[in-house]
Design a protein around this ligand. Structure first.
Ligand code: SAH
Length: 214
């Protein structure tokens, strides 16, 4: 246990601060959330290495740096309602929960959603609401959101997600082809959507009606 704790502090220094993430609140969340608890037992020993990890069902948990970068780009102050598409293990949802008021997360694979729910409950993350659904439709009943993060690679930005973002809201989403994407940050303003490009990245595909076909 203490070994995990030490490895996590080192992960933050070397992989995250070392690559220029400076938002103190994000750093604190990355120091706090026990990443190893979200992984299958057999690979927990790798929890703090500088790479994406398999979480089951052919899906992957993003590299720690990518989780920190996406989170920093959302510019959370603590009062926000945030939508995540692609719950996976629940790790990113827990990081978000440390930094905002309420997290809504959507996962299409039920066994992953059930496991994530159990892990989040065990660790006491009560501000995370989860549903099993095609997240390319967003979560309309709970909209608008102050921030949206998509943790699977999309062929294009689903319209529903832009619609469900409030004015002034931020969205971070990897967009590209199936095997490589570019992280995109969008800000919704009265005058329209402002788009900025961030780093190249590789995510598992966003599969759904407004994503990739299976
Ligand atoms: N954020 C996760 C990692 C996600 S991997 C974590 O921290 O562990 C991407 C996840 O997106 C996978 O679990 C995959 O099943 C899910 N996914 C893919 N397409 C989806 C869709 N249309 N709606 C909801 N989830 C989707």
């Amino acid at each position: 246990m203490m070994a995990f704790e030490r490895e996590r502090q080192r992960m933050v220094e070397e992989q995250i601060m070392g690559r220029g993430i400076s938002d103190e609140r994000v750093l604190k969340a990355m120091r706090t959330v026990p990443r190893h608890e979200f992984l299958p037992e057999a690979i927990r020993g790798n929890a703090y290495v500088d790479q994406a990890l398999p979480l089951g069902e052919g899906q992957t948990m993003s590299q720690p740096y990518m989780v920190a970068l996406m989170t920093e780009l959302l510019k959370l102050s603590g009062t926000e309602r945030v939508l995540e598409i692609g719950t996976g293990s629940g790790y990113q949802a827990a990081v978000l929960a440390e930094l905002c008021e309420k997290v809504y997360t959507v996962e299409r694979i039920k066994v992953l959603a059930d496991k994530a729910r159990a892990t989040l409950d065990r660790l006491g993350y009560r501000s995370v609401a989860l549903k099993v659904y095609d997240g390319t439709y967003g979560w309309k009943e709970m909209s608008p959101f102050d921030a949206i993060v998509v943790t699977a690679g999309a062929p294009h930005v689903p319209d529903a997600l832009v619609e469900q973002l409030r004015e002034g809201g931020r969205m971070v989403i990897p967009v590209g082809d199936r095997y490589g994407q570019r992280l995109i940050k969008m800000v919704k303003t009265a005058g329209g959507v402002i788009t900025e490009q961030s780093v190249p990245c590789v995510f598992v595909p966003l599969i759904g009606n407004h994503g990739w076909k299976e």
